[in-house]
Ligand binder design. Structure first.
Ligand code: CA
Length: 237
């Protein structure tokens, strides 16, 4: 697989848990960063938060339909970005499919599908749309901290910081939400894809690893909001 594809973020919008699971497991296994949402409302929220490269969008959702979600995502292009959309539909009547593509879909898949087919479509659409999109600045910055998402490298005050993939993903979520406290539940879900019941000691452990590596190079960076979560401390402009 090409590295540019391996780094892509995919949002799966699907209200049938078994289908969502199959898609999530398949795409995660092939190196994609995957988020899931089980309704149209949650899909829009997740897209705002994670700015995915591609959305696998079920057409029949409990609170509406995929076409509406697609229209909302397109309308918020300024903030969410120019993402690709593949509709997943059981309604394979040509009229619907043409309607969906006209509403801004890049492709469609009809249920039931094979995971190989989904994977092939995702790869093809990303190849096509990524060529079309302007390359965004791959560097996230916060004070003297820099994360280059194209090279997976982190520097603080110009000094390289070696992170494990989990440490990197955790820091990336904090950087993407710089200026806000991110709840423990959210971090566990975003970084470990855990459900809420999971104990959060794993999170505390990784926060301490990050602090050890980052605070060596400057003042303490990660703030703890007791009982709530973590955030990056405000930095002087
Ligand atoms: Ca559905």
């Amino acid at each position: 697989m090409e590295s540019s594809e391996a780094a892509a973020t995919v949002l799966i919008v699907e209200d049938e848990p078994s289908i969502a699971d199959i898609l999530r497991i398949t795409l995660t296994f092939h190196g994609y960063t995957v988020h899931t949402a089980a309704s149209g409302r949650l899909a829009v929220e997740a897209a705002r938060r994670h700015r995915p490269d591609l959305v696998l969008l079920d057409v029949m959702l409990p609170d509406g339909n995929g076409w509406e979600v697609c229209r909302t995502l397109r309308a918020e292009r300024e903030t969410i970005g120019d993402l690709a959309v593949i509709f997943v539909t059981a309604r394979d009547a040509p009229r619907d499919v043409v309607g969906g593509l006209a509403l801004g879909g890049d492709d469609y898949i009809t249920k039931p599908f094979g995971v190989d087919e989904v994977l092939a479509r995702v790869q093809a659409v990303l190849r096509r749309t990524r060529r079309r999109m302007p390359t965004p600045d791959p560097v996230l910055r916060h004070g003297d901290l820099e994360m280059n998402e194209a090279t997976y490298s982190v520097r603080r005050g110009g000094e390289p910081v070696e992170l494990t993939p989990t440490e990197y993903n955790l820091l990336r979520q904090l950087l993407r939400n710089a200026g806000r406290i991110v709840t423990k539940e959210q971090l566990l879900q975003d970084v470990w894809s855990y459900d809420f019941e999971v104990e959060s000691t794993v999170l505390e452990t990784y926060i301490s690893y990050l602090r050890r590596k980052l605070d060596r190079l400057g003042p303490p960076l990660i703030e703890t909001r007791r009982g709530v979560g973590y955030g990056l401390r405000a930095v002087a402009a």
